[in-house]
Write a protein of this length. Sequence first.
Length: 96
Amino acid sequence: MLNDQNAYHFYEETNEVPANLAARKKADKQKDELTSAVIKQYETATPTPNIPEMAEVWTGAESLIFDAASGKKSAQQSADDAAGVIKENIKEKYTK
């Protein structure tokens, strides 16, 4: 399933950028704007840690995005508030 050919076929069917490097290079040659943007982003991306605490980050990020996008708070205030909630939740749930 993860060989070059199958990974590229999956991309053709779903437009999901392949993790397989050879398939990704082939996908990039299609000059699809979204595919190219995702591939470019891979160059500087860092994987998120595989730890339980990340659940708190994603929940906090949902609030941040909603508050900022709805105009309830400025982007800076939304980010500051979310960071505070995330830190507090991690402290309460994951430290002993």
